[in-house]
Write a protein that binds this ligand. Structure first.
Ligand SMILES: Nc1nc2c(c(=O)[nH]1)N[C@H]1C(S)=C(S)[C@@H](COP(=O)(O)O)O[C@H]1N2
Ligand SMILES: [Mo]
Length: 381
């Protein structure tokens, strides 16, 4: 049976619909990222494993990545239920205490849209969809830590997940929980959240539900899932995922020699990618993509076709949400039939330029993490 709707209800419903439309990203509303025409496939197609959700770049039309397209990385597997709920805060803390999940959810709610990227994203074609733009909801960590009172000596905040595994350290085995740390000033940034919702849904189990850390501007490794304990230390923390894995070894030519530098994976590197190429029935071919950073505004994105010059793309500058990616669009006029190579580069407000693959910062990078080199993509028109 069709429900009967009064005129007033109809007006109310359309006002509500308009409000939803307004709340969506303007690009989605205008349909700008969804031009008419057919998608031109890349010659090196992105392998899609139906059992492993990943961002499928060629289908990128939504500024927010739907939950079912968000990649997951769980080094020790997803911990079995039931998980110990709540969060213990201890270590160099004046008032150590346990927060139940309900207490955390009753605290000030904060939403932030931030790009989550695995630092292994883009290192190879099989793992080039390990990035997502998500609206996170949680409570600010800083206020909670201030309430507990971090002692003066506390310089390092360590976050422990419920997932654990025996790890070999110098030939002996030790049961370890997944853990990462942040320096106190980093942990105290306004944007860092104890998050329990992902795109308005309760945080899914594979993404760290019921509670995870969200560190906008940092690579995913810092966003500890199944968070259950925070410990403040008076020294640097050197777990497997701080100091042995997720370590970048990069050379720099200086003082007449190559200086090799080992650093723990940290803030996101400036990056952009050509996501999709759409050929409308008439007019220019439309190239769209995304660009993101550690929160430093992306000033511009340029596109190069074959051996042509770098040309400016139209960047939808995203000032409201500095930790979320921006979409960009490039109109390619008079595209000739045949094979072409397309590549994009992002420029940061601080003068940084996304490096070319043969740039020394990439050439002398010997581990695959933090691969932010320009990514050429080939098509045939
Ligand atoms: N507890 C825990 N947290 C974790 C991990 C993990 O294995 N265990 N993996 C990290 C890595 S490497 C990444 S890239 C992100 C991925 O988050 P997602 O699985 O929600 O995409 O979670 C991070 N947090
Ligand atoms: Mo990762």
């Amino acid at each position: 049976m069709m429900p009967t709707i009064t005129r007033r209800e109809m007006i109310r419903a359309s006002v509500a619909a308009a409000a939803v439309l307004m709340a969506r990203h303007p690009r989605e509303v205008l349909g700008l990222a969804e031009p008419e025409g057919s998608v031109v496939p890349f010659l090196e197609g992105q392998p899609i494993d139906p059992k492993r959700p990943m961002l499928n770049w060629q289908e990128l039309t939504s500024w927010i990545t739907p939950n079912e397209q968000v990649f997951a990385v769980s080094h020790y597997g997803v911990p079995a239920e039931p998980l110990p709920g709540g969060l213990q805060v201890e270590g160099l803390i004046k008032r150590p205490r346990f927060f139940s999940l309900e207490e955390i959810k009753r605290r000030r709610r904060k939403q932030i849209t931030a790009t989550l990227e695995c630092s292994g994203n883009g290192a190879g074609i099989a793992f080039m969809g390990a990035v997502a733009n998500v609206r996170w909801t949680g409570t600010p960590l800083a206020a909670l830590l201030k309430e507990c009172g971090v002692l003066e000596r506390g310089i390092e905040v360590v976050f422990f997940g419920a997932d654990e595994k025996s790890e070999k350290i110098r030939d002996k085995d030790y049961l370890q929980n997944f853990a990462r740390s942040l320096a106190r000033e980093e942990a105290m940034r306004d944007e860092v959240l104890l998050a329990y919702e992902m795109n308005g849904q309760p945080l899914p189990r594979e993404h760290g539900g019921p509670l995870r850390l969200v560190v906008p501007g940092w690579f995913g490794i810092a966003w500890v899932k199944w968070l259950q304990r925070i410990e403040v230390l008076d020294r640097r923390y050197m777990s497997k995922y701080m100091a042995r894995e997720y370590v970048t070894i990069r050379g720099e030519e200086k003082h007449g020699k190559t200086i090799w530098r080992e650093t723990s994976v940290g803030p996101i590197d400036l990056k952009s990618i050509v996501a999709r190429v759409v050929r409308p029935p008439a007019g220019p071919v439309r190239v769209t993509g995304a660009a993101w950073s550690d929160g430093t505004p992306v000033r511009s994105v340029q596109v190069k076709i074959d051996d042509g010059p770098w040309l400016n793309a139209v960047l939808e500058r995203n000032r409201r949400e500095p930790y979320a990616w921006s979409f960009w669009e490039f109109e390619w006029h008079h595209a000739a039939p045949g094979e072409h190579t397309l590549v994009s580069r992002a420029m940061g407000a601080d003068g940084q330029v996304q490096p070319a693959p043969d740039d020394s910062s990439i050439r002398l990078k010997r581990t695959y993490w933090e691969a932010n080199q320009q990514y050429p993509r080939r098509i045939r028109l």
